[in-house]
Design a protein around this ligand. Structure first.
Ligand code: GLY
Length: 385
C-alpha cells in the first residue's frame, strides 16, 4: 500500500532542530503546544459571529478571559507539555503578544485579538516547510507573531527548513456573506446553507486556516467551509505541486470550521468520522479504493461544551496521535478512549477539558515540528498531480 515518493524527504536523525512532518501519525519527536496567556473573547466580527450559536453564552460579550480560567488553561497545557516531554518529545511554546491591542489595517479594524492557544489553526507543517495560514478572522490576523521567535530559530538551526507565509488577506467586508450576520439563523437554515456549500466566507480572495488541512503523506485533505474557501484550497494546490489536494465537505455540520473534530486519521488505512458529519459518498471513494476504513467515532462523553467555548462536544475526537500505536485522548472522553483502546492502540489520558474554551482539544493545541518518516503515497491508485 505504501510507496515512498520523492517529496524532499529528510532523514530521521534529529540534531538541533529539524523540521519535517508528512502526516498525522508517524512518531512525534518535536511539537509546539499553545498557551492560554492573555486569551480574549474577541469583539464581534463577521466570520466569528457565524461560528457562535445563537443561544451561546458567548453572544454579546468580549474582552480578556478571567485570570482564573487562563491560569487553569495554562496549568493543563503545561502538564500536557510535561507529559509529552516525559515521552521524549521536545516541546516548544509560543510567545504571546498583547491580545488586548486593537488592530487597524487600511481595510478593517478590530478592538482586540484572540490568543495563541490553538497553534494547529495557524501553522501548517508539510515536510520541511511550515506555512503560516492566511486565517479568516480579523482578530487572528497577527497571531503568527506569537510563533515567529520559534520559526526564526528553526530557520537558523535547520538549513533545509522552508518558512513560508501565505498571502495576508485583506479581510474587507467583501470576504463575508451578509446573510450570516443575522443572529437569529436557525440550525436548520445553517444546515441547508452548509449542504449547499453556502458558507460565511466568499471567494473574494484565498482564505484558509491550517486546521482545515489533514496531511496524509502525498495527499492533503482540506475542508471547504467557514474558515477555508475554494481559493484557499487552490492556493494550497499551487503551493504544493508534488501533492494531491482534495477538497472535502461534511454537510451535517452547521458550523464547519477545522477538520479535526470531524475527520481524524489514526494510522495509515484508518480514520474516524464524526457520525453527525459523514463524508459524502463521492468523497469516500478515494479512501475505499485504497482499502482505508472509515469508522464512526464514539459519542462524546459530554452533553455540552464547557462554558465560553467555541467548539462542539466533538472535541472528543480531537486526539493527538503520538505514533501509529499510541494516541492521546482527553481524560474525560471515556467513550472515545474505549473505542481507540479496542482498536488496539495504547491510550494516553491527558486532562485538557478546562482548556477547550481557548480554542480546542489535543490536536488543535499542538502543531507538528518533527515526526519521523518520509512522504509516502497511501493512495497509489490516484493519478499523479
Ligand atoms: N469544528 C470544531 C467543532 O466541532 O467544534
Amino acid at each position: 500500500m505504501e510507496d515512498t515518493v520523492n517529496c524532499h524527504a529528510n532523514g530521521d536523525a534529529v540534531q538541533g532542530t529539524v523540521v519535517s512532518s508528512w502526516n498525522e501519525w508517524d512518531p512525534l519527536k518535536h511539537v509546539i503546544v499553545g498557551r492560554a496567556t492573555g486569551s480574549h473573547i474577541p469583539p464581534p466580527e463577521p466570520a466569528l459571529d457565524a461560528k457562535v450559536p445563537e443561544d451561546s453564552d458567548m453572544r454579546g460579550m468580549w474582552g480578556q478571559r478571567t485570570q482564573d480560567s487562563i491560569d487553569r488553561g495554562n496549568e493543563l497545557l503545561d502538564r500536557f507539555s510535561a507529559q509529552l516531554e516525559q515521552r521524549g518529545i521536545k516541546v516548544d511554546r509560543p510567545i504571546p503578544i498583547d491580545f488586548s491591542q486593537p488592530i487597524t489595517t487600511p481595510d478593517f479594524h478590530t478592538d482586540a485579538q484572540f490568543g495563541c492557544m490553538p497553534p494547529r489553526d495557524v501553522l501548517l507543517t508539510v515536510g520541511n516547510e511550515i506555512v503560516e495560514a492566511t486565517m479568516s478572522y480579523r482578530c487572528r490576523w497577527f497571531e503568527y507573531l506569537c510563533y515567529r521567535p520559534l520559526l526564526q530559530r528553526y530557520w537558523e538551526e535547520d538549513p533545509n527548513f522552508r518558512h513560508e507565509a501565505a498571502p495576508k488577506p485583506r479581510l474587507t467586508d467583501a470576504d463575508y456573506r451578509p446573510d450570516y450576520l443575522d443572529v437569529r439563523i436557525s440550525v436548520q437554515q445553517r444546515l441547508e446553507w452548509t449542504s449547499q456549500k453556502y458558507f460565511v466566507t466568499t471567494e473574494h480572495e484565498p482564505l484558509f486556516d491550517a486546521a482545515d488541512v489533514l496531511r496524509l503523506g502525498r495527499d492533503l485533505v482540506v475542508q471547504h467551509g467557514f474558515t477555508t474557501n475554494l481559493k484557499g484550497i487552490e492556493w494550497l494546490r499551487r503551493h504544493f505541486p508534488d501533492h494531491r489536494v482534495h477538497a472535502v465537505n461534511f454537510p451535517g455540520d452547521p458550523y464547519p470550521i477545522h477538520i479535526d473534530a470531524t475527520f481524524t486519521p489514526l494510522r495509515p488505512g484508518l480514520l474516524l468520522n464524526n457520525p453527525q458529519r459523514r463524508l459524502p459518498d463521492e468523497q469516500r471513494q478515494m479512501f475505499e479504493d485504497s482499502d482505508w476504513q472509515i469508522l464512526d467515532a464514539a459519542q462524546p462523553a459530554h452533553n455540552s461544551p464547557p462554558p465560553l467555548c467555541y467548539s462542539s462536544t466533538w472535541l472528543s475526537m480531537n486526539v493527538l496521535v503520538l505514533d501509529p500505536k499510541t494516541v492521546c485522548v482527553e481524560k474525560t472522553e471515556v467513550y472515545q478512549a474505549d473505542q481507540i483502546d479496542k482498536l488496539g492502540f495504547e491510550v494516553v489520558e491527558v486532562e485538557l477539558r478546562d482548556a477547550y474554551a481557548f480554542g480546542g482539544g489535543l490536536h488543535c493545541s499542538t502543531a507538528d515540528v518533527y515526526r519521523e518518516g518520509h512522504c509516502e503515497d497511501y493512495f497509489p491508485h490516484l493519478e499523479d498531480c
